[in-house]
Design a protein around this ligand. Sequence first.
Ligand SMILES: Nc1nc2c(ncn2[C@@H]2O[C@H](COP(=O)(O)OP(=O)(O)OP(=O)(O)O)[C@@H](O)[C@H]2O)c(=O)[nH]1
Length: 340
Amino acid sequence: MLQRLKHDFHLFMITLVGLIASCTLLPYALYRMATEDYLVGMVDILMITVSTVSVWMAWRSGETEKPGFLMAAVFCFGAVLVCMKLGQDVLFWIYPLMVFIFFLVAPIKALLLLLLMVCAIVSLHFSEHSAIFSTNFQLLAFITTTLITSIFAYIFAYRTHLQRQELRRLATTDPLTGAATRHSLTDELTYAIQLFQQKGVVSGLMLLDLDHFKRINDNFGHHAGDQILSQLVPLLKQMIRQQDSVFRYGGEEFVLLIKEIQLADLHRLAEKIRHAIWHQLTLPDGSALTTSIGIATVQHASDWESWLQNADVALYQAKHNGRNQVVIATGSTEQAIATP
Ligand SMILES: Nc1nc2c(ncn2[C@@H]2O[C@H](COP(=O)(O)OP(=O)(O)OP(=O)(O)O)[C@@H](O)[C@H]2O)c(=O)[nH]1
């Protein structure tokens, strides 16, 4: 549980906001009910209930966008209703609420929700039954301060959002080849194993290693080696579907995760890839580049480590058999058979 909170910032924030909202609103809700102020009491209870349900949804599904939006929308709606009933007393609560909202939803959605809430409060002031502000000066101060707070919070949240995206890109994309890094490999493999265990969807793994790459570096220089690696990944991406992924596993070693595929088709695809590398990538002196590939489907894997291990044993066999070939892992980590 602590691990999930540590790794998922949005889940952490939804949980924290849910806890703070429930703890601070509960005494108010009880007080309002006791003093027969039923409308405000019910709004407080609604906000507590939605907070609890949203936190539960986020924990259950692992998805935080919808629960966050639900919470943010109900808080804004609740703030307008309570303002209508209690007037100025509630206005101080609007400011922490504005900050909370930026932690719950995407910056632009938060800004729009807040502008809508401010417009609704101002419109209510001018409606017949509820004069929220005592003077026009107070009304003007409310509009100005909420606008300034919203805009600055938006700029801060948007900048943080961009920086988080950039950090994620840096952590998950190999700068030389554009392939995904090992960082996201384990999550994707674990998800493919879950898909197989829960729905029977078979996925396949290829572990691909360029042959005699050290010799290429030694003969043509490190830069030529880099160029080969950066040409390889676009070629691989061309040959797989959008749903499949290429990861750089090590120096000249790559993992391809091919989703929803049976062993025979995985084998055919691996052979196609081996031929494409052989015939389409050339070394600076015009000679061909070869590759060895170990393949394994998900059926015999209990976890991502054993799945990779199966493919690794097959790759080792391909190298051992003379390279430039595809070998299928037969399930256990000890067995692998060569295919011509
Ligand atoms: N140019 C370049 N070379 C790299 C990079 N990463 C690893 N290498 C080189 O890749 C080579 C891998 O060599 P080995 O592991 O001995 O394997 P190999 O020469 O390909 O031999 P086999 O795999 O047995 O066919 C090493 O010389 C590394 O320096 C990189 O990013 N760029």
